[in-house]
Ligand binder design. Sequence first.
Ligand code: FEO
Length: 168
Amino acid sequence: MAITQKMQDALNEHTNQELYSSYLYLSMSSYCESINLPGFAHWLRIQSQEEYAHGMKIFDFINDRDGRAILHPIGQPTIEFESIQDVMQKTLEHERHVSSLINKLYEVAVTENDVATQIHLQWFITEQIEEEKTANDLVEQLKLISGQGDALLLLDRELGARSLDPVE
Ligand code: FEO
């Protein structure tokens, strides 16, 4: 069954949101470089690449369903942050926002009787649990560290070891 126009529009909008996420994390990565936290910068750069892959996962799905993936302009991401705590808090808030967007997308798939999209979105729903958990863990770890330079450098080193997981 070909995708409906309403479902296609909603999915195209979500591709844009994932690509915006990629931009946002790249912007955060640049900020972390500027405050000499290369491990956080690396972690966020990988996060940015993952978000690009999420966008492509929807882009490909639209085309596979005989629809048309349409690219919209990507918004300007936040470029200034107050601190590394601010970066991770904004990451957590952003991931919660993305989770709510995916839930709305799923509602559209239900009202459009689009079972294939519902199944495809299940991957994203599961992924968001992990995304929120990881961001929340880092927010809480930064609270525990609260300005202790040596502990922050240790966490920075740990995050510097992140590698890109394939988005299946
Ligand atoms: Fe693609 Fe971090 O949600």
